[in-house]
Design a protein around this ligand. Sequence first.
Ligand SMILES: CC(C)(COP(=O)(O)OP(=O)(O)OC[C@H]1O[C@@H](n2cnc3c(N)ncnc32)[C@H](O)[C@@H]1OP(=O)(O)O)[C@@H](O)C(=O)NCCC(=O)NCCS
Length: 115
Amino acid sequence: MIITVGESVCNYFPNTRYKSPVGECTLKMPWHPRCQTAEIWNLRVRKRLQNKGFGQKMLNEIFQFLKDKGVNYVALGCYRDNDRAMHVYRKLGFQPYYSVLQTDSEHMWLRKKLA
Ligand SMILES: CC(C)(COP(=O)(O)OP(=O)(O)OC[C@H]1O[C@@H](n2cnc3c(N)ncnc32)[C@H](O)[C@@H]1OP(=O)(O)O)[C@@H](O)C(=O)NCCC(=O)NCCS
């Protein structure tokens, strides 16, 4: 299991068999000492490998990475009608804390306590 983090781009390789990332996201680390929340942006798993458990494995790796860095919360945004993503986030312990009604769908912000 390898996560490379450079310039806040996180590439996920489940093992060394994979030559290109299975999943990716942008990880925004807390920039101020009093801010305890990291943010995950643009999370996606390669299309033909979706729905095989990689998204959840990748997120669990990210949670451990953040915990090891002493980060207490992680947040991300998701459209309410993205059923698969919302299922994964809720299953892994994210809870909605803010939402914005947009013309076509509701955009939710969800947060999870890591510590
Ligand atoms: C969202 C995403 C990152 C999840 O990664 P993934 O590898 O596909 O997800 P996993 O295989 O780990 O888990 C999928 C889960 O969703 C469930 N699921 C699949 N389709 C579903 C649906 N239409 N509604 C509800 N749940 C669904 C599966 O049963 C599984 O849950 P389980 O483990 O409890 O059985 C990935 O699908 C993706 O890249 N989607 C396109 C981009 C995207 O929407 N990114 C998120 C932006 S917020």
